[in-house]
Design a protein around this ligand. Structure first.
Ligand code: TYD
Ligand code: MG
Length: 455
């Protein structure tokens, strides 16, 4: 008999190794590699002579029987999903503990069940009384939602398979589930994978939407949602800063829609409220401008979003000046600083630089480069930008300012929110706008036009 081989897996991303190592080569996490009960010992050399059954092949052009999407009734959730829940799909909702995953899904299931859909909420973390108390606080005590507290996968599947298939099921969370035929503790890579596989097969077999909650963990004690990302149809991450009440639901994978849509929520005493106009929320009072602040006209998915960018630049005597960034990429900041130094001669290398995106939002668009540069120059020269101004544009290493996508949408949103000026790259295709547009083609133009004192 072949000797059972030891195998190791990363609890953050699920990569498999045949010996232990301190750092995962795939995701770069430290101390997340643990011994993993491998169920395949002495894998067969090839398929034996035994025949399988033939697969039923279907023509691509064959008319499909499409069942309509389920609308959860929470518009921001439906938007992040690309237009509602697809029957038979498996959706992973990841996020830090305490960010509001259970609250969001309880609200969604409550709303769906109030529309007459058969929904089940299974929690392995909380007792029914706790969930009932939360539902009361969320104003959902009257919702005909079925609750269950269970961690055994076998019992859950038996319950779900009884009678007519429910429309939607929430499993909160995958890390608490336990499959009794796998010899490892709940939350390990093997348990999480097996449980998710069974739940996904159930979803496909019965046409039920299965929403799986997965906690993001930093210490690698339990397997994180990345282990499951490739198995499910849709991956949503619920993010936000604990200190702020805003929460953003972001699709990072979606087999039934785009991945650039976001849903914005606000956590209140009575649950999550939808925010249909996020710009108003992320902007501080924009009529009074301070040196070091700048309003960036960004785009999240199909939606324009105005946010305030704050910078603080101070001369430093340290050999290695401090660079701290919240809400933006620190590599990107280093690049913008280097371009400002090399192409505009700003001399920022001897300064401490702090950059913050207001409201706890994380921006990943390169279009924010010009707004960041403007905030930095404004702080350095102690000169405020003109009032009611939005800024956007990408900066290249040569110091050129390049045009970015959806300029018209950005300007439209700025007009809607009462802005009167825009600083942006040259764009030949720009439609009509009420804003007074000042174009910059090189980073030096920005310095010359607005911050002559910065040099
Ligand atoms: P929860 O949904 O339990 O988080 P997760 O499932 O992601 O771990 O949300 C927990 C936090 O949300 C908790 O710290 C309290 C806060 N909260 C409110 O502020 N208002 C509410 O109405 C609810 C239900 C929770
Ligand atoms: Mg929870």
């Amino acid at each position: 008999m072949a000797k059972a081989q030891k195998s190791f897996a990363c609890s953050a991303c699920g990569s498999v190794y045949n010996r232990w190592q301190g750092k995962c080569d795939d995701c770069g996490e430290w101390n997340t590699i643990q011994e993993h009960a491998s169920s395949v010992s002495g894998a067969p050399k090839g398929l034996s002579q035994k025949k399988g059954s033939a697969v039923n092949l279907v023509a691509l052009s064959e008319p499909l029987a499409e069942s309509p999407r389920l609308m959860s009734g929470i518009a921001e959730l439906d938007r992040a999903l690309g237009g509602g829940l697809v029957p038979g799909s498996a959706i992973l909702v990841g996020g830090d503990p305490g960010i509001g995953k259970s609250t969001l899904l309880l609200q969604a299931m409550g709303a769906l069940s109030l529309k007459g859909e058969d929904c089940i909420y299974i929690s392995g973390e909380e007792a029914t009384a706790q969930i009932q108390m939360r539902a009361k606080r969320l104003g959902l005590s009257g919702a005909p939602l079925k609750l269950g507290c269970e961690t055994s996968l076998r019992n859950i599947l038996t319950t779900l398979d009884e009678g007519a298939a429910p429309k939607a099921v929430v499993i909160d969370s995958i890390q608490t589930l336990f499959a009794d035929h796998v010899e490892s503790a709940p939350g390990t890579v093997s348990q999480v994978r097996v449980c998710a596989h069974e739940l996904i097969s159930f979803a496909k077999r019965r046409g039920t939407v299965v929403l799986i909650v997965g906690h993001v963990t930093k210490d690698g004690q339990i397997a994180g949602p990345r282990v499951l990302e490739h198995m499910v149809d849709t991956v949503l991450y619920f993010e936000g800063d604990r200190g702020h009440q805003f929460r953003i639901l972001r699709a990072v994978k979606n087999r039934f829609g785009g991945t650039d849509e976001i849903g914005v929520f606000e956590m209140t005493g009575s649950g999550l409220n939808e925010v249909s106009n996020p710009s108003e929320l992320f902007l501080a009072d924009h009529s009074v401008r301070e040196p070091g602040t700048c309003v960036f006209a960004g785009i999240e998915g199909s939606r324009p979003l105005l946010v305030e960018i704050q910078a603080l630049v101070a001369r430093s005597s340290a050999a290695n000046p401090r660079r701290a960034v919240v809400g933006w990429d620190s590599g990107r900041l280093a690049m913008v600083l280097a371009v400002l130094d090399a192409r505009a001669g700003l001399g920022l290398s001897g300064c401490d630089v702090y950059l913050n995106v207001a409201g706890g939002l994380k921006i990943s668009e390169p279009a924010a480069d010009l707004a960041v540069a403007a905030a930095l120059m404004s702080s350095l020269s102690q000169t405020a930008l003109p009032e009611e101004t939005v800024v956007f544009g990408e900066i290249s290493l040569s110091g050129d300012v390049r045009s970015v996508a959806q300029s018209d949408n950005r300007l439209k949103e700025a007009t809607k929110l009462g802005f009167s000026r825009a600083i942006m790259p040259k764009n030949k295709k720009l439609g009509k706008t009420k804003l007074s547009v000042q174009t910059v083609s090189r980073i030096n133009d920005l310095v010359a036009q607005f911050f002559p004192d910065a040099i």
